[in-house]
Write a protein that binds this ligand. Structure first.
Ligand code: MN
Length: 481
């Protein structure tokens, strides 16, 4: 067995396929890869004598013995190819996407060496999807036929297709959230992505329908129509993706203010930066390692609309953070490359910010003169059930903001102070804690209040009850000393 032809066809500086070598082993594995090249087909490979015997099957293996499928014998592939998934770049042999459709082990039902010689192979497949016996019969030259054997696993094709379950495995999901960290993590177990500043949205797509939900389960499908229709164009039965809807400024930075303007103007000028794939064609992927999920995601988004962007990552978090600082971006998110999508806040995902910035509950406001509607917002956060005071913000509020807020606030005024303990304020108009404001600040003072805060915008996508103080890991380390 030789990989000569395999190697001659490929330039390993340009493709990310494995170069590999002939490797004898005691295992008998098989893989079926879905290969979207110039023509879509399935590659059926059997581990044998140190290589993967390979056939390109245009229609894939059928489980109906009546359906004989053409299988074109192609060059042997290296054993390492068994796990290969990814994008073969343009201009290379087989350019397109490769995904593992099924894998498992097989048992030869005839001696393989003889079977290869006579051109009549019989194998029993024990895969995750496919099970049972198949024959491969040589017709002429490289043309073979793949035929399902009559056994308990055989089924009539039209009956089988009705049984296929590729529906969404779930229609609600707890978001994974990052923990704020002062330190940039080091080590090979971390990958890093740019932190985008927009609306965190999970999208559920099934049979040409899309639903886009924010982290507090508000439906944003109609607000982000341009993105919903781009998602619907992806040719898959069903999938769930997680990402951030953003608007970009002229320098290509995500800008939360700009996004809000775009939503108000309803101009459709936003993008969906997608960083995770939680389900695909009926399969729940949340307990797969992050890098596996991202690889599948990259393939899913390959050739999709430019409105959908795959969130790239790098291995070196420090380099990524330097890049973010240099380009005046909000920060980065470092993620453990083998972590599952567990939902909730965990230290598998860390956010490292370039500036301090988070959302706070608006608990009231102050006015400095009789004619002024609002001079500053009174802010707090929840510590368990208790609402704690953290300071006031007036900077960043323009007259229009003040008028808008004043109107909103008129419906939720409260008689009593909602804080746990009395904040150091002479006078205030108290509110029921309903609205959430995004605020930038330089640091927390010694008594735990905001220094130089500045108002960024209202966050309709977040619930007041969920707003807590994002104590960073760095700070917590110091406190425990
Ligand atoms: Mn192929």
């Amino acid at each position: 067995m030789s990989l000569k032809e395999y190697k001659e066809k490929r330039n390993f500086k340009a493709t990310n396929e494995p170069e590999g070598s002939v490797k004898k082993s005691k295992t008998s594995r098989f893989v079926i890869q879905y290969h979207q090249a110039r023509a879509k087909h399935y590659d059926f490979r059997l581990e044998y004598d140190g290589v993967l015997l390979s056939w390109a099957v245009p229609k894939g293996l059928s489980i109906d013995p009546k359906e004989k499928r053409l299988a074109v014998h192609v060059e042997d592939h290296p054993i390492d190819y068994i796990n290969f998934e990814g994008i073969i770049p343009k201009g290379n042999y087989g350019a397109g996407t490769v995904e593992v459709f099924d894998k498992g082990s097989y048992t030869p039902l005839k001696d393989m060496k003889k079977a290869l010689k006579t051109g009549h192979i019989k194998v029993f497949l024990d895969g995750e999807k496919l099970k049972g016996g198949w024959s491969l019969v040589k017709i002429e030259d490289d043309n073979w036929l793949a035929i399902k054997m009559e056994d308990e696993f055989a089924e009539e094709a039209d009956k089988a297709s009705k049984k296929r379950n590729s529906k969404l495995p779930f229609t609600k999901c707890k978001l994974s959230l990052a923990t704020l960290s002062q330190k940039v993590p080091k080590g090979k177990e971390w990958i890093s992505e740019i932190k985008y500043d927009g609306y965190r949205i999970i999208s559920y797509v099934e049979n040409g329908k899309a639903q886009m939900l924010s982290r507090n389960d508000k439906d944003y499908t109609n607000k982000f129509k341009s993105i919903a229709s781009a998602l619907k164009e992806i040719e898959q039965d069903s999938f769930v993706v997680d990402g951030e809807v953003v608007a970009f400024d002229e320098k290509g930075r995500s800008d939360f203010g700009l996004l809000q303007t775009s939503i108000k103007k309803n101009n459709g000028d936003f993008y969906y930066v997608i960083f995770d794939l939680l389900a695909l064609n009926g399969e729940d992927l949340r307990k797969r390692p992050l890098l596996d999920r991202k690889k599948k995601l990259e393939i899913l988004l390959h050739k999709s609309s430019e409105r959908l962007m795959y969130s790239l990552h790098v291995d070196n978090a420090e380099e990524c953070f330097e890049f973010a600082k240099k380009n005046n971006l909000e920060g980065i998110v470092a993620k453990k490359s083998d972590s599952f999508y567990t939902g909730g806040r965990s230290e598998d995902w860390l956010k490292i910010k370039n500036v301090c910035r988070q959302e706070f509950v608006i608990a009231g406001y102050t006015t400095s003169s009789k004619n002024e509607l609002i001079s500053a917002l009174i802010l707090g956060y929840y510590d368990g059930e208790k609402l704690k005071y953290i300071g006031k913000v007036g900077t960043g509020l323009n007259e229009k903001d003040k008028a808008d807020l004043h109107e909103k606030f008129s419906k939720i005024t409260a008689k009593t102070c909602p804080f746990d303990g009395k904040p150091p304020l002479k006078s205030a108009v108290w509110l029921k804690p309903s609205y959430v404001a995004e605020v930038k600040f330089t640091e927390l003072t010694k008594i735990g209040q905001l220094r130089q805060p500045s108002f960024v915008g209202l966050r309709a996508d977040k619930n007041a009850k969920d707003v807590t103080l994002e104590v960073s890991r760095g700070n917590r380390d110091n406190e425990s000393k």
